[in-house]
Design a protein around this ligand. Structure first.
Ligand code: FES
Length: 214
C-alpha cells in the first residue's frame, strides 16, 4: 500500500533526557490496544469469551497502512473497562475515542479505517456504521473546550529531521550511526538493521512524510 500524502510535513520537538538533547516526532495521535501479551486480565482471553489474538493482528494492519508518522500504536495491559473488552483507546486530534467489544478481525480493520479517515480529515468525525455499536464516551467532557499548552515548546530546527530514522522515527545521529544508507545524495541513518531493511524495500513511501503535502 502506498503511504498517503500527509497534510503537513513531519515536525519534531526538542527535549532533553539524561542530560542530552533529543528530537521527538510530533504526532497526531495514539492507538492503545489492551492485550493479553501485555498483562491484560480479560481482553484477548478466550476462556473469558473474548477474541484471542496475537499483537500482529493490529501491528500488521498498522504497518501496512504506513501511518506511523501520524499515529503511534501501543499495546497495553488493562485499560480499565474490562467487562466491555476487547478494548482499545484511540486518541486523535485531542479527543479520546473509546472502543469496546472488538471481537472480530474485521473490527480491527474498521478501527484503522476510522483512524485513517480522521487523520485525512484533520478533524474528529462520527464513527462509520461498522463501529457505531463499538464507540462510547468513557471520559467526562473536559472543563473547557480550549486546548492550552502545558509547557512552552521549543520549535526544532530544520536539521532535526536529518536525524530521524525514517522507518521508526527515532532520533539517530548520522555521524555515529552503525546502520546507514546513501540515498539521493544524503546519508540516512537507522537505529537497527531491521529498519534499514524495511526502508530499502520501499524508500519513497518512507520519505513521503518528510516532504509534506499541500
Ligand atoms: S483487561 Fe482489557 S480493559 Fe481490562
Amino acid at each position: 500500500m502506498t503511504a498517503p500524502e500527509p497534510k503537513q510535513p513531519i515536525s519534531t520537538v526538542r527535549v532533553s533526557a539524561r542530560g542530552q538533547d533529543y528530537r521527538v516526532v510530533k504526532i497526531t495521535g495514539n492507538l492503545f490496544v489492551c492485550t493479553k501479551a501485555n498483562g491484560s486480565c480479560c481482553c484477548g482471553w478466550d476462556e473469558k469469551g473474548r477474541m484471542p489474538f496475537a499483537n500482529e493482528l493490529w501491528s500488521d494492519e498498522w504497518e501496512r497502512r504506513k501511518i506511523r508518522h501520524r499515529l503511534h500504536l501501543t499495546f497495553t495491559g488493562c485499560l480499565g473497562p474490562c467487562i466491555a473488552g476487547n478494548n482499545a483507546l484511540l486518541q486523535l486530534h485531542g479527543r479520546s475515542i473509546w472502543l469496546k467489544d472488538l471481537n472480530s478481525p474485521e473490527l480491527v480493520a474498521s478501527v484503522f479505517d476510522f483512524a485513517q479517515q480522521l487523520l485525512d480529515a484533520g478533524n474528529v468525525l462520527p464513527p462509520p456504521p461498522a463501529l457505531v455499536g463499538h464507540v462510547y464516551e468513557r471520559y467526562l467532557p473536559p472543563p473547557a473546550e480550549e486546548w492550552f499548552e502545558l509547557v512552552p515548546t521549543a520549535p526544532d530546527s530544520e536539521d532535526g529531521l536529518a536525524r530521524l530514522d525514517p522507518v521508526c522515527l527515532m532520533d539517530v545521529d548520522p555521524a555515529t550511526a552503525k546502520h546507514t544508507v546513501d540515498y539521493q545524495g544524503r546519508v540516512i541513518a537507522f537505529c537497527a538493521p531491521s529498519c534499514k531493511k524495511q526502508f530499502l524495500s520501499d524508500p519513497a513511501s518512507f520519505l513521503v512524510a518528510f516532504r509534506g503535502g499541500d
